[in-house]
Design a binder for this molecule. Structure first.
Ligand SMILES: [Zn+2]
Ligand SMILES: [Zn+2]
Length: 298
């Protein structure tokens, strides 16, 4: 079902002259739990189309000291270029697949973030397909070990929606920011004209802290590709602009029944449990392999 975001109630471009140059279009993915999404479409979690000649990948990080065998990677996001013509794919590819190692306790960087693995492919190259069930919970990934975070997404269909958004207010350029009265900061935040906090491609990162755009090992500044929160929206008592209009009923029902399953489908569809961290995936389009990095904030 298509989902729609409420337009901002204020016209920020008339209130802050010059801010139009900061606008970007993000593509909300609106993940919705669904167990029978075909394997070769744009989706989150579940089965991904995969060449038979390649075994489903494992993480061979030698720091997985407690594991008796290497953890299996979890499928996270699969995108087809045909669905996102405005997104630049690696030359020659029309399929992007993001997997990550969901085991973060014993092998991790200092942030305990899952290690990302990116695959840029051509769908036509996958003639024979691997018949493989990807992991759906921790016991599929690793034996006798609990995952600190729940990083294995529940399979979800997506319904892309383009939204126009502006940077976090503190990241506006000084020439726009300095003349603004303090009330305008409050209005900007309360009316939620900044970046969409939900699952999305591109646009502006919904930075919770400062701008943390990474630099690639090659020295180039990386491009923002994807945002993956554990909750699509958490500020449910405020304006609620970013809760899709079609989903407001579930959120309102949750206010009277705090255990409502429908609310979880709407606000935590992938069932991630990142402990309120949001994950940001960046890509380097200057390197031949188009490597990705994962940043997180909370
Ligand atoms: Zn690993
Ligand atoms: Zn690079």
């Amino acid at each position: 079902m298509p989902k729609s975001t409420e337009p901002a109630k204020i016209n920020i471009e008339t209130m802050i002259p010059g801010i139009a140059s900061q606008a970007k279009v993000a593509i909300r993915l609106h993940p919705t739990p669904c167990d029978n999404v075909p394997e070769d479409v744009s989706k989150i979690g579940g089965r991904f189309v995969w060449p038979k000649a390649e075994a489903w990948p494992q993480c061979h990080d030698s720091r997985h000291e407690y594991a008796t065998k290497p953890p299996i990677l979890a499928p996270v996001v699969q995108l087809r270029a045909a669905d996102f013509p405005e997104v630049e794919f690696r030359p020659g590819s029309d399929l992007f697949q993001l997997l990550w190692c969901p085991v973060t306790e014993d092998a991790c960087d200092e942030l305990m973030a899952p290690a990302p693995f990116a695959f840029w492919r051509s769908l036509d190259d996958i003639v024979e397909r691997l018949d493989f069930e990807p992991p759906t919970d921790a016991s599929d990934v690793i034996e006798s070990y609990l995952l600190f975070q729940q990083c294995i997404p529940q399979p979800c269909a997506i319904s892309p929606e383009r939204v126009r958004e502006y940077p976090v207010i503190s990241m506006l350029p000084d020439e726009l920011l300095d003349p603004l009265p303090e009330e305008m900061w409050d209005t900007y935040q309360q009316e939620e004209v900044g970046p969409c906090p939900a699952t999305k491609i591109g646009g502006h990162p919904y930075w919770i802290q400062n701008d943390d755009t990474p630099t690639c090992d090659c020295g180039a500044k990386m491009d923002f590709l994807l945002q993956l929160p554990d909750w699509e929206y958490t500020n449910m008592d405020a304006y609620q602009r970013w809760i899709p209009l079609e989903d407001r009923w579930a959120v309102n029902a949750y206010h009277s029944d705090r255990t409502q399953e429908a609310m979880l489908d709407v606000l935590k569809p992938m069932r991630f449990d990142f402990n309120h961290f949001t994950k940001y995936v960046f890509v380097c389009r200057a390197c031949e392999s188009w490597p990705v990095k994962l940043i997180e904030q909370h």
